[in-house]
Design a binder for this molecule. Structure first.
Ligand SMILES: C[S@@+](CC[C@H](N)C(=O)[O-])C[C@H]1O[C@@H](n2cnc3c(N)ncnc32)[C@H](O)[C@@H]1O
Length: 291
């Protein structure tokens, strides 16, 4: 072990939240960041449906599950595998949150459009500040775009952002889609870390505009084009049936541009059997048990 590594191990051993998480069997010290953020801003509520982008090793899945309780639902996505958690209403999907098929897989598990999207994802760091800051902003802008596609109107969005030149542009962009934008740093976030959390309250229902002149929209569009991700694909794929739920739920991508001035957008809408949401949750639990 090198000197730097030794110092890191020692630092971690002395870290209050690291030790607390270990003692309380949470997967990461970050669990406390979400608890603290939610205690102050109350963006996740009991029974909510939540998507957690960049969820490994699962600390936020644990805190989100504690907040939503038994009748909520939490789906996470991460490049890393997440060791199964002992809850029947938490699912973790291994994959890239920027990929269309992974997002669709995630929403195929949901009983309805999510109330909240949380994102603690951090890209791999290269050590070159400008590169890392830009990569991080592309990822967080992607998370914002995803939110505008799947969140229910009035839903909330919480995302980790690294401060830097583009930070104000990011909060400016979030304010296009949410009624209120808050920037905050919970106690459990290390003082020396450049990370802060941006909270978008009450989604206004507008779909992310990839053609906008906003520099971050342009950055995201270029990045999607470079990676070969087909950003227009959703328009073609109108419907995805969740066969395992035997028709109780249909996830569909629907164009809502016609005769609707407020919702001039293409969006991902999750329809559910309005009469029987409990049944739906039961179906999902059974489906997971049978797997
Ligand atoms: C700081 S960790 C998240 C910690 C988590 N909130 C917790 O409490 O356990 C950041 C995660 O973002 C994930 N990540 C980075 N880029 C990603 C991507 N494109 N798709 C999915 N996950 C990604 C990483 O694999 C990493 O596990």
């Amino acid at each position: 072990m090198g000197k730097k590594d030794k110092r890191w191990v020692l630092q971690r051993k002395r870290d209050f939240y690291y030790n607390l998480a270990k003692k309380n069997q949470y997967r990461s010290r970050a669990t406390y960041k979400l608890f603290q953020l939610n205690e102050k801003f109350n963006f996740i509520k009991e029974d909510n449906v939540v998507i957690d982008l960049g969820c490994a090793p699962g600390g936020w899945l644990q805190s989100a599950r504690e907040i939503v309780g038994e009748d909520g639902f939490v789906v996470g996505i991460d490049l890393q595998k997440v060791k199964p958690l002992n809850y029947d209403n938490v699912i973790a999907i291994r994959g890239d949150m920027t990929k269309e098929e992974i997002l669709k897989e995630a929403i195929s598990h949901l009983p309805r459009n999510p109330d909240v999207i949380i994102c603690d994802a951090s890209p791999n760091v290269s050590g070159v500040w400008d590169v890392d800051h830009t990569c991080s902003l592309i990822l967080t802008t992607m998370a914002l775009m995803t939110s505008t596609r799947v969140l229910k109107k009035g839903g909330n969005f919480v995302v980790k952002v690294f401060q830097g030149d583009l930070f104000n542009k990011y909060t400016d962009l979030v304010s296009t889609y949410f009624d209120k934008v808050i920037t905050t740093k919970p106690k459990a976030s290390r003082g020396e870390s450049a990370e802060v959390y941006v909270i978008g309250r009450r989604f206004n229902g507008k779909l992310f505009d990839l053609e906008s002149e906003h520099p971050l929209a342009k950055l995201l569009k270029n990045s999607l084009q470079e990676s070969g991700e087909k950003i227009t694909e959703i328009k073609k794929e109108r419907k995805i049936k969740i066969t395992s739920l035997k028709g109780t739920t249909t996830v569909e991508t629907a164009l809502t541009t016609e005769n609707n001035q407020n919702d001039e957008k293409e969006n991902l809408i999750i329809k559910k059997d309005e009469k029987n949401p409990e049944l739906l949750i039961k179906h999902i639990r059974e489906m997971r048990k049978n797997k």
